[in-house]
Design a protein around this ligand. Structure first.
Ligand code: NAP
Length: 283
């Protein structure tokens, strides 16, 4: 038997998270005795609660909304990806030192290469959105040596800042921000190899029926939605109807979780089992 593992997740609210079921399923398949607790922490209590978690016998924890950025200042060390993305989603307790990682860029790249079967090198990629997830996706695209990243966001200023930040950090990638409802957007989409939705449009219980401007003009090799609830969003459905290859956001979620599990256990997720389990969980 492998040594017991104590993990958890912090967020607010925390009820919706798929992380406990993912990590418990993986641990069971490896014969690891795991406890994985959900800690609902209000933003105003983050500092004191992190101090409390330090005193628990915890091997690590995941971090979800709204703490991914704020938690950075309570880490003893940040990895390169956490710094580049400007957020932490996985914490490893290394002999009392809290190491802040971010596995979202890894999760995104791995989903596109393994499950979308597309090599991102030298590709031209169009990204909707400029929030936290877009940051991780763009870092992943630059790390995977995409040639060009074009970003469009409802709040245009955020797209401009994200494009500048990625260019400053990586240099070798061409980045550009285009207006959310502009002719330039349509022109760029029609020549892109890959298109990614990182906005919350399509998310169940939110802006489910809203559409992404200009998406009909895409005719490249892969259309990705990082939203995973519902699994098949309207964005994916309309592309599938035109025989365009699509990739859902559950793959990214699984691979970011797999990388976190690897950091804690040096073991990999049984990816297919996890996917089946999560699809059942999503109903
Ligand atoms: P966030 O930081 O709050 O950013 C939200 C983004 O969506 C912003 O770009 C925002 O534009 C845009 N947006 C929201 N409502 C919109 C609307 N009605 N019309 C146009 N744009 C709209 O959130 P996030 O953390 O980036 O997460 C975004 C989505 O990605 C969520 O659905 C989340 O579940 C999903 N996600 C998936 C994974 C995965 O592993 N698959 C990982 C992380 C996140 P403004 O800037 O104009 O507000």
């Amino acid at each position: 038997m492998t040594k017991p593992l104590a993990l958890g997740i912090i967020g607010h609210p925390i009820g919706h998270t798929l992380s406990p079921v993912m990590h418990k399923t993986a641990a069971k398949s490896h014969g690891i005795d795991l406890t994985y607790d959900a800690f609902d922490i209000k933003p105003e209590n983050l500092e004191s609660e992190i101090a409390r978690l330090r005193d628990l016998p915890l091997d690590g924890f995941n971090v979800t909304v709204p703490h991914k950025v704020a938690v950075m200042e309570y880490m003893d060390e940040l990895t390169g990806d956490a710094r580049l993305i400007g957020a932490v989603n996985t914490v490893v307790n290394q002999d009392g030192r809290l190491i802040g990682h971010n596995t979202d860029a890894y999760g995104f790249i791995t989903s596109v290469t393994k499950n979308g079967d597309v090599d991102l090198a030298n590709k031209s990629v169009f990204v909707y959105g400029a929030g936290g997830a877009a940051m991780a996706v763009c870092v992943g695209l630059a790390q995977a040596k995409a040639a060009k990243i074009v970003i469009a966001n409802r709040t245009e200023d955020k797209a401009t800042k994200l494009a500048e930040r990625i260019f400053q950090a990586f240099g070798q990638v061409q980045t550009e921000a285009v207006g959310y409802d502009s002719n330039k957007l349509v022109e760029t989409i029609s020549t892109a190899d890959i298109i990614v939705n990182t906005t919350s449009i399509g998310l169940e219980g939110g802006d489910e029926n809203q559409t992404l401007p200009g998406a009909d003009n895409f005719s490249g090799s892969l259309l990705v939605d990082i939203v995973y609830k519902p699994l098949e969003t309207e964005f994916l459905k309309s592309a599938s109807a035109k025989d365009i290859k699509t990739l859902d956001g559950l793959w990214m979620l699984i691979h970011q979780g797999d990388q976190a599990f690897w950091l804690w256990t040096k073991k990999r997720f049984p990816v297919d089992l996890i996917r089946v389990t999560l699809i059942e969980e999503l109903g």
